[in-house]
Design a protein around this ligand. Structure first.
Ligand SMILES: C[S@@+](CC[C@H](N)C(=O)[O-])C[C@H]1O[C@@H](n2cnc3c(N)ncnc32)[C@H](O)[C@@H]1O
Length: 222
């Protein structure tokens, strides 16, 4: 089984649980505690930083790679972009995203497609590209970043999981047990990769602490 099938299968299974970190819907006591202590703070910090870096989005064409349950898409839609495409390899994530967009009455601006980013052929470029929580599962980040560069007009905002924190080995083990490949980055790994792909870092921010597996949020331009 190749890496992308393993990532697909993992997110097919955990889509509801993943979205519940945002929605706070009922889960078992243990999961709720883990979410409150670690995951929710990181996810919300990441989302806030990315949305701030993405702004202003008015009249822009946006691509959200690995859009998951569509939480970013619905927030961006409020600021009147020209269009937003949410792309995700998992059908169950796309179903959640479509349902959320329908509930919020924004299906005219937001479109969702099921598919892997690396295999998808695009017939246009995007002003703003977001990839939150995707580099974590990408075995060849150079191919991933080069493809972003090819279809980028203005800026890409990409999260990379921080390589070493106290709880990183626990996250690795958790994903390993679920047969989901996962990858981590140091600040210098990111600088090197971005440069090798011909992109430039415009700004960046670190979310999390030495304890919790956090993210580097990096804004790149062509
Ligand atoms: C951790 S979730 C993040 C979802 C969303 N970006 C967020 O932060 O709320 C990662 C998502 O990326 C998707 N994904 C991972 N690699 C992908 C790829 N190469 N192409 C499309 N989707 C991908 C997974 O299916 C999953 O839904």
């Amino acid at each position: 089984m190749d890496d992308s099938t393993k990532v697909h299968d993992h997110f097919q299974k955990v889509s509801g649980a993943f979205d519940s970190i945002y929605s706070g819907e009922q889960r078992s006591f243990i999961y709720r505690m883990v979410d409150i202590l670690f995951r929710r703070r990181i996810l919300e910090g990441r989302r806030n930083a990315i949305l701030e870096f993405a702004s202003p989005v008015k009249d822009k064409d946006i691509l959200d790679i690995g859009c998951g349950p569509g939480r970013y898409v619905v927030m961006l839609a409020k600021d009147e972009p020209s269009s937003i495409l949410g792309l995700d390899m998992s059908d169950s994530m796309i179903e959640l995203a479509k349902r959320l967009a329908a509930e919020r009455g924004i299906t005219d601006i937001c479109k969702f497609e099921k598919g892997g980013f690396l295999k998808k052929e695009f017939d246009k470029k995007f002003d703003i590209i977001i990839a939150a929580g995707v580099a974590d599962y990408t075995s060849d980040p150079k191919v991933f970043l080069s493809k972003i560069k090819d279809i980028l007009n203005e800026r890409a905002i990409i999260s990379f999981p921080v390589k070493w924190t106290i709880f990183t080995p626990i996250r690795m083990l958790w994903l390993f047990k679920r047969k989901c490949p996962n990858y981590y980055y140091s600040n210098s790994d990111i600088k090197r990769l971005v440069k090798e792909c011909g992109l430039k870092i415009k700004s960046s921010k670190k979310i999390g602490s030495f304890l919790v597996p956090g993210n580097y949020i990096v804004v790149c331009e062509n």
